[in-house]
Design a protein around this ligand. Sequence first.
Ligand code: GAF
Length: 382
Amino acid sequence: MGMSVASSAEAAFRSAYDAEPAGLWAAPGRVNLIGEHTDYNDGFVLPFAIPQQTVAAVSAQDVPGWTVTSDLVNETVSFGTTGPGEVRGWAGYVAGIVWALQDAGFAVPPARIALSSDVPLGSGLSSSAALESAVLTALTDLGGFDLPVAARPGLAQRAENVYVGAPTGIMDQSASIRCEQGKALFLDCRSLEVEQIPFDLAAEGLAILIINSNAPHQHVDGEYGARRKSCEEGARILGVPALRDVPVTDLDAALTKIDDEVIRRRVRHIVTEDQRVLDTVELLRAGRPREIGPLLTASHVSMRDDFEITVDQVDVAVEAALAAGAYGARMTGGGFGGCILALIDTDRTEATTAAVEMAYEQRGFTAPTIWPATPAQGAHKV
Ligand code: GAF
């Protein structure tokens, strides 16, 4: 799979520019094992990179400016130095990376870029972070910049927040850039410290199944921003810098200080979710991966009832996977559609897949797409 995306990017480069690229840089999508909407609350997340990736084939050019093409859209876009928002659509993510690097003081070399990707778009698997991270890694290498890996996700996040204008946290770019093969990335979104948690499920006879609900994303941008505002309001009422600063042992007392019923539920999700991440990490460190199942499912219930970011299609997939014997299942990513993940015994792959497909058919939903996920490597030169 990896090589074919790289070959496609290379072929797209040749056909657009009639030349060979100087190099190929790959960056993966991700699933988040647990820790949803905690990143912008300075909390904890535990994503891992998936084998699906975006590859950028890139060469420096001697004329000023940047040209980018993608075999997904068959469109070529050229731009010079721009400010936030000036380049729109998919190319805006590329222009955003150039802008963020320049804004950080780097002299970005003029370049030609060709992109290819097999990260499903708009499914909550971070196709945009994969694109940003591939381009950032490529331009950083080509420019010979002294930009430590730990500082890169923040720069890509700035491209997304300020240039593209999406108020997202730092999880997705961190996952795409910092994940390692066979590991889940335990990230403290305040200190940006990471711990690579061994996550070799195959050795335990376990698998993570990704179930793409194929449900159309609805109102994602507005709802995401609204959740973020409610969390900030909760922190303000409680007098803490961020909801990460409310220990789960103080939760009941904290909730009595919040009059607004909706904000109370949003706060409860974040505070309990941070604790679930810590508990999951403990169990994985202790080599007890099956036991994380109930934490995954509790996370889903919290997203469904307290944070209110699920839709019927993802709830049905979770229920069907659990009924088929999954240890745990939850929606992963920003919400309002997208993917769920289920922790299962490997030999239950077909039965679980069939159960979810059947449940979708009975409800008259568009068929889901289901495949097993293995933790892959973060951004790198191919
Ligand atoms: C999206 C955002 F981009 C992330 O920053 C994160 O908030 C996630 O939703 C929810 O956990 O992927």
